[in-house]
Design a protein around this ligand. Sequence first.
Ligand code: GLC
Ligand code: CA
Length: 542
Amino acid sequence: MTEKKQPWWKTAVVYQIYPKSFQDSNGDGIGDIQGIISRLDYLRELGVDALWISPMYCSPQDDNGYDISDYRNIDPMFGTMEDMEELIRESQKRDIRIVMDLVLNHTSDEHIWFQEAKKSKDNPYHDYYVWRDGKEGELPNDMRAVFGGPAWEWVPQLGQYYFHQFSVKQPDLNWENPKVRREIYDMILWWMEKGIGGFRLDVIDQIAKEPDKKITNNGPRLHDFLRELSKETFQKGELLTVGEAWGANTQNAKLYSNPDGSEFSMVFQFEHMVMDQQEGKDKWDLVPLPFVKLKKNLAKWQTQLYGCGWNSLFWDNHDLPRIVSRWGDDGECREMSAKMLATVLHGMQGTPYIYQGEELGMTNVRFEDISQYRDIEIFNMYKERMQQGYSKSEIWESIYAKGRDNARTPMQWNGSTHGGFTEGTPWIGVNPNYRQINAKAERENPNSVYHYYRRLIQLRKEYPVFVEGKFELLLEEDEQIFAYTRTNESCEMLVCANFSGQNVNCELLSEWRQAKQLIHNVQGKLGEELKPYEAVICIREK
Ligand code: GLC
Ligand code: CA
């Protein structure tokens, strides 16, 4: 058998930075590039191979940088292009690659293209966006924007509406226009020349929208566009590319992550992330996590992409609540459950992503006043649901459970004021639990969540079975235990975890008592039963 070299991103662990909340270096209360640079040694110690950084391009920050007004410049709030180049160099020295966030579905309405586009119908940039003729007050159709309100905005001087899937300040780009595509490719190539290691592509499954047919994601031309994009750009380098695709299923994920490299390295799919919401409703409408369904779903992705695609593995990102508060226990069992959740995730096949603070077991936040929040999505939902007559307490429970600001409070570095994030006033409040939960305390405690993550990251480098092993779900119907094996030519590995807060009997373990334990969140030997949130990975030769 000829050894084919694995692409680097198959063995990599990626760390996501939300730059506004990571580390402030100049006391203005906003995280910045110099702040990231000052923490590179921490990230190296953690052992990650790449940093996906949420957008730092020029932006009016209507949606925290996901509304870009200039793709080729850094927002002064984060620093300068020199800072960015320094970050790339300093990361390279530590064997860490930089993965940029690319928002290609829309721009800011303050982008020069849009400024020009709305001047007149025959402006050369007009066709960069999606317009429909109409009359004021008579919208082209009833499509809604993700952040609330209609998806159409009236521009009186043109007598036209423009289409926006997100906020009014995020007009959708027209991918049907080859000029738009060319501009985008040139911009990507320009960044690649600076030594970028990859890209995360924001809401990429929405670029091929067809509003007249009310199609938002998975439009008919989507994969044609993606293949062209990839050929013109990514394929000229060895990049990690990951598309964000809320509409991904295992079928189209095989296209996105085709091993021939024709589209991306992998996608972020969200089937497992929408399970605790009522079907057909919004993310705010909660239901308890259907655990068995979750396991089966993850198992489906593991088996269906095996050998013909590649998974991304994540529990958290800047849009999602903190996993330990969501599916673990952020009270008494915070550390145990954070480690358990990490174990089941990192044991699977794919590229794991760690969201800043996840490696500390950071939790959701419960602010008391709406003015303490910052997220446009929370504000719009709050207004809408108040008008629709939801009770205040119901709305607050939704915000506490699902609000995006849960993930966006500042990184907790130490026990000093504002958790060491800033010497000024942070743009969003620090979670008051920073005195107990912070990087300094975690680093000093050998049994911490942080050191557990470090060990998991190392295991992936030491044992090829983490990368290549075939997945098999065990105890499928069990309502508390999440267990599976990973198998390659030489060995078999068991990942076994108690997802519940009770002791549970686990017969399976008796077969594995002699096997080598790679990681275990309880000191000592395996017993007959699993303690609350106990998790272990064992390995044996075949
Ligand atoms: C993605 C981003 C999110 C942003 C949205 C619009 O879902 O992750 O933060 O609001 O796209 O760009
Ligand atoms: Ca700053």
